[in-house]
Structures are given as C-alpha cells and as structure tokens.
Design a protein around this ligand. Sequence first.
Ligand SMILES: [Fe+2]
Ligand SMILES: [Fe+2]
Ligand SMILES: [Fe+2]
Length: 406
Amino acid sequence: MVKKQSGLLLRIWRCRNVFFPSAHVSVSLQPSLQIVVEMHILESLPVKLDSVVVDRVSAIWEHTGLRLDLDVIDAQHAWLVALVLELEWTLSHQEGSVPQRFHQIMQEAIRYTETHFKTEEALIKQFGFVEEHSHIKSHRKFNDILAQIYGERKINDWDGAQKLYRYLRKWLLQHIHIEDRKYADFFKRRKLNGQANAYLSEDAPLPDTTALQLRFLKLIQREVTLIEVTTPELLKDITSIWKRLNLATGIPILDIQHLWLIKIIVEVDEAMKESPLTREAVLARTINEAIRYVQVHFRTEEDLMRLLEFDDLENHLKMHRKFEQFVIGRKNELAAGKSRSAATIVHELREWLSSHIALQDRQMVASYRDHKDAVLDFSKNAISSGDADIFQPQISLYRTIVKQGN
Ligand SMILES: [Fe+2]
Ligand SMILES: [Fe+2]
Ligand SMILES: [Fe+2]
C-alpha cells in the first residue's frame, strides 16, 4: 500500500522582489510581471485538495473545453471535476482497500451535486430554456443511479470504488459537454450571458461556499494566480536525477532553468500513471510548457555564451535548433492523435536534456569562472526584465535542491 504524502504548494500572486540566490541581491520585476503570495483559497475549500489534483483540474479545464462562460456554473463544475479527480488520486495511492477519505469525498460530491443541480435548474427555469424538462430529468436519473450504487455506502471493495469513480467521471464530463452545453449555447445565441451571470450572482440559490469556488475557478483558469506545484515525491525524483546525473553547472541562472526543465519532465512522467483523461490533459499542457521553457532557456543560454565568447557557439546553437525541431515534431504527432508517442516523448526529453546539460552545457563552466561579475550583471538583467522567465517558484526549487546538496 502506498501512503499518500501531502503536497507542498506554492501559491504565488504578487510580490515585488525576487531574491537571486547566487548574487545575494534583490531585483525588482517589471510591474506586469509582479506576483504575490495567496495563502487562503485552498485551505478554506470544503475538501482539502492535493496540490497535484489542483494542477490536474487546471490542465483538464484548459484542454477539454468544459468552460461554459457562466461564472457560477463554471465554478461549480470545476469544483465537481476537482472532487472527482481527488477521488481518483485517493484511490490510486491506496490500492487494495477503500480509504475513509474516499467516502468523505463521495459525501461532499453527492451533497454538492444536489446543490449544483438546484442552481442550474433555477437558472434554466428563469430564462425559459426549451429543454428544461429533459435536462431536469437527466439530473434526477443521475441522482437515482447514484443512490442505487452508493446510497447505503455499499462500496467497500477497491474495484467497486474504482467503478463508481469512473462512472461519476464519465457522467459528469459527458453531461457538461453535451447537456449543459445545450443551455450554454441557448444563452449565447440569445445574448443572455450577461443577464444569466447577474441572476446567478444575485438571485439564484447558491451553496454557501460559492465565493470560494469562484476564486478556485480563477485559480485553475490561471487568471489571477500563477500556481506551481510540487510534492515531496516529485521533489525526491527531481533531486535524484539532478544528483545522479551530476547536472549542476554551478552557473546559477542556468541551474535554475535546467532544474525547472527537469521538474516539468518529472511531473509529466508522474502523470503517465494516471487515467487517460488526466494523462492526455497533463501531457498536452506540459508539451506546450516544455516547448516554451526550452525556448526561453536556450535564448538565455545562447546570450550567455555570446557574453562569455564561448568557442563552440555555432555547434551548440545547431544542437539547440535540432532539439527544438524534435520537440515541436513530437507535439504535432500528439496533436495528430499518435498517443503511442506520449511515453516516448517523456523518455526522449529526459534523455536529451540530461545528456546535453551534463556534457555540452558544462563546457561553459571554465569561461564562467573568469567572468563571474559579468555573468552576475547579465543574470540580474535577464531576471528583472522577465526575459529569463525566472520567478519565485523556480528559485524556490533551486534553493530546495541546492540547500539539500550542501
Ligand atoms: Fe446539468
Ligand atoms: Fe542548457
Ligand atoms: Fe545548451
């Protein structure tokens, strides 16, 4: 039995200064790049979610088109998706028996589904949605089936719990995609979204926790918060790769970015063990994030090489371009539905990056030693301008790993 460890979650909102570890100076960010720590949303929600689950809800939300553009309804749906994924996470970390937590989350899911149906039914009634009756019927049918399967908490075996979770997930996603989208389209066609949102925020029957769930929605839609997640298990994997393959170059700005790339890969590797839905959403997001961060990193590294008048620049640039082409090629394969390549991509990304960092990037170290002050100035500029895309989460990760190494 694998015991679940609680996650370490860095919630970043707006903070003015970033502390650059090697330089021991604070640098101010451009106003548009400011971030501040938000401490309360997740602690206050009715069920405490694992930090990995929050990130996955966000990925699924982004990649499966669940958003209906009705704020309160979206917030309620996002919360239901979160509960379902928390069920998945709870089960996948305790194979063999049904943990008590599974039942707690189920109770909340049942309770919240009822209140969500109330809100939704009041909304479609209020605006005269033509398919109101069949929609309500579909809600009742779901309630009946759920009562039948779970009503007396008959589920005590792991397989039964798995089946129930899968049924919930399938029903919820299909219902939002097909049934709920029908009324969302009705509002859009009649240009009623503004009025519907006003009704939802002022008159509709709402659960007490709606304000929190609206903030949760913003969090997963990445509107107000840059959210970064790492769990002790992932941290252990990142540290192990970093040390075993001896990836530290000793040049802080590069080590920070390299560590972040390793973290991206380790996270997607971890997601490969989850359900296809989670896997695909996390992978789709991660490939985009990997491409973006690889490009940012290569730009920083190449600028630094020019500054250091690095001998092998031309050759190194070629390797970078080739790798960019490789990642973009894999992304296109994925988009074309070649899911076989998912695990291969993760493996190849990790292999290429670790051998490139360990062998090629390391060649810069000698010239760095003679130009430490120039590199420091360069790093301060690259961070404060936002060009190096280094913020508190990247620095926290670097500090954690480097500190552990000392
Ligand atoms: Fe519905
Ligand atoms: Fe590099
Ligand atoms: Fe490189």
